[in-house]
Design a protein around this ligand. Structure first.
Ligand code: ADP
Ligand code: MG
Length: 300
């Protein structure tokens, strides 16, 4: 595109709440045929709520919630806000949480967060809140609760204390009201949606079914998201866009022909996008692509 085209496109983008960060982004938008969409925070609001806590026999619900919250204080994931908020609003958990200090908090993108949690008068504990792994050993009742929550579309994370899964947390998230319309608009632009999420298959399909998406990649790591973008590019069926908001999306955003960062997400995601949708609304994506295409058509 000519410098004029880029300036006009960039200016109109800004009016629509789209920050276009490179000339390539404007160019790339023309050829996009596939869009890889993150689930949490992109198709859903990302404003998660804690729906259920199931604990192993002998474990205390308030204590598990407080331990999880102590660790989640060091995470930027939407799950963290929900868990900390829930613990602070429940009297027993809140009282316990005040006595806990987390040290050496380490967040692993697309997986979870760990810390050493100290409590006065007892040995420190290693606590991790993370996705459930295939080889996790779960108490039967806890496993049943996790399965039920998954079927209901919840995101389920394990609370691991000194190596044992002592509880699971079920987190609910609502599909954005504008997601269905945005997907319809993308399809009209000839762009096929593909869902890629680090979340487990039941929660992923819950959203996919509701939105009529039939290609789903669940339980994927940040590297898997990157590889998926590369594999779709290698198919040669046109350009590949990627829309996401998390640290776990940054590699895929950077590799995509058009990386679209949702502006309400993490700073890391925003630094990796070619376009930033400042209102974080998925409805703005087809608008931005239409604008970019129209701008190039008019100016050429
Ligand atoms: P998404 O692709 O939907 O944005 P992520 O890749 O960020 O999901 O996370 C994948 C899964 O890892 C989540 O569904 C959750 O079970 C787990 N997880 C990630 N971060 C955290 C965290 N801070 N606390 C608990 N679980 C987490
Ligand atoms: Mg996300």
């Amino acid at each position: 595109a000519t410098p004029t085209a880029i300036m006009v496109g960039t200016g109109r983008g800004a009016e629509l709440g789209v920050l276009i960060r490179s000339a390539e982004a404007l160019e790339a938008s023309r050829a996009i045929r596939t869009i890889v969409l993150d689930k949490t925070g992109t198709l859903t609001t990302g404003a998660m709520t804690l729906r259920d806590v199931a604990v192993a026999p002998g474990a205390d619900r308030a204590e598990i919630l407080a331990l999880a919250a102590a660790v989640e204080r060091g995470s930027e994931h939407p799950i963290a806000r929900a868990v900390v908020g829930a613990a602070e609003s429940e009297a027993d958990a809140a009282a316990l949480l005040q006595t806990l200090t987390a040290e050496g908090t380490a967040a692993r993108a697309g997986s979870g967060v760990s810390a050493t949690v100290a409590t006065p008068g007892r040995a420190a504990r290693e606590v991790t809140v993370r996705r459930i792994e295939a080889d996790d050993v779960l108490d039967d009742a806890v496993a049943a609760a996790a399965a039920r929550s998954g079927d209901e579309g919840a995101t389920v994370s394990a609370v691991v204390v000194d190596g044992a899964v002592l509880g699971v947390l079920a987190l609910g998230d609502a599909i954005r009201p504008e997601s269905a319309g945005a997907l319809a608009a993308l399809r009209r632009l000839g762009i096929r949606p593909v869902l890629a999420t680090g979340d487990a298959a039941p929660a992923a399909w819950h959203v996919a079914r509701a939105l009529g998406i039939d290609e789903v990649h669940a339980g994927v790591s940040p590297e898997d998201k990157l590889r998926l973008v590369e594999a779709l590019q290698a198919e040669g069926a046109g350009g590949v866009a990627m829309a996401g908001d998390g640290i776990n999306d940054t590699a895929a955003l950077a590799a995509a022909d058009l990386g679209i960062a949702m502006g309400t997400g993490t700073d890391a995601a925003m630094a990796s996008g070619d376009m930033v949708v400042s209102d974080g609304s998925i409805a703005t994506i087809p608008t931005a692509i239409r604008l970019a295409r129209a701008t190039l058509r008019t100016i050429r």
